[in-house]
Design a protein around this ligand. Structure first.
Ligand code: PBE
Length: 306
């Protein structure tokens, strides 16, 4: 009998310990996820790590901070794309939280495969985004062969990312890698040149932005145009200046317009004075990007600053 009671008491004790253990770990679990969500926001100092002040994604992120109530009190810290990538790299190596402005095509998704876009239920960053070619009004009459080639220029996200990533990994310039890409992708390049007549040094000026994505597109476009005898200058300026230059006719065209969302405000100012030649790349994307290990999925999971 005594033994039976002893056994029973031990069993009850064991069950109690187990139950305590359970509830403790359950509590911990809840506390953790509660804390970690608010901690993410607090830990990042209610700050989004952005890029250049003049970028389209900077304007769009300012809009997002205004539109999402839960981003009240947040700031967008602008500096440069290189500084953003360094901050991202550091956070990832320490498994610390970080919220950055991110986009595709870009090599960061190949280099850091565990990144994710936060859902954007208000659609501030838009959905299907393209990179489009815009020509100055009257280009078709003035330089019909340049116009035709620009109009036929199109490629895929993978093409652009291949050049960007290879340049990043090997340290070769975008121009060097682009030259090889043009040699290796004759079919695509020949399709851009189809029906375009040879010219004798016709000057063409393209405005472009200083990001690798646009360095890559301007570079392959310049090489393709040079094959037909054009004398091409690529002028990298900030986004506002790209749109002004095409709108005023100071340059012939740009292949660097992210539409319909990222550069919407810039486009709006000049849309009556430019000709939209349509997408040269479909499937671009911008948004707020975080490492996978952050246990949040949506912009709305971020917490307002108190
Ligand atoms: N970007 C890359 C640019 C355009 C190209 C998305 C950083 C921007 O204007 O936001």
């Amino acid at each position: 009998m005594k033994l039976f009671y002893k056994g029973l008491i031990t069993l009850i004790l064991l069950m109690l310990i187990a139950a305590c253990g359970d509830s403790e770990s359950a509590d911990e679990g809840t506390n953790n996820s509660d804390n970690s969500e608010s901690n993410y926001s607090e830990n990042v100092g209610y700050t989004i790590t952005g890029i250049e002040p003049g970028a389209g994604i900077t304007v769009t992120t300012e809009k997002a901070i205004e539109e999402y109530d839960n981003l009240s009190g947040w700031t967008l810290e602008t500096s440069s794309t290189a500084a953003m990538v360094t901050a991202l790299e550091e956070a990832i190596s320490n498994e610390e939280p970080i919220v950055v402005t991110g986009w595709n095509p870009h090599w960061k998704f190949a280099k850091f495969p565990d990144l994710k876009y936060l859902d954007d239920p208000k659609g501030i960053y838009g959905e299907a985004e393209n990179i489009q070619t815009l020509a100055k009004s009257g280009l078709q009459d003035e330089k019909p062969n340049a116009y035709k080639l620009l109009d036929q220029f199109e490629w895929d996200v993978e093409d652009m990312e291949e050049i960007m990533y290879e340049s990043q990994e090997t340290g070769e310039s975008i121009d060097e890698v682009a030259t090889r890409w043009v040699e290796d992708n004759r079919d695509k390049v020949d399709a851009w040149l189809e029906g375009v007549e040879d010219v004798d040094g016709v000057e063409v000026e393209l405005a472009s932005t200083p990001w690798d994505s646009e360095r890559a597109s301007s570079s392959v476009l310049k090489l393709a145009m040079e094959e037909k005898g054009f004398n091409v200058t690529v002028t990298p300026v900030d986004v506002a200046a790209v749109f002004e230059a095409v709108g005023s006719g100071d340059v012939d065209a740009t292949a660097a317009a992210w539409l319909p969302f990222t550069h919407a405000d810039f486009y709006e100012n000049v849309k009556d004075n430019v000709e939209d030649l349509g997408p040269n790349l479909e499937g671009a994307k911008i948004g707020l990007v975080v490492p996978e290990y952050m246990d949040i999925e949506s912009i709305e999971d971020l917490e307002p600053a108190e």
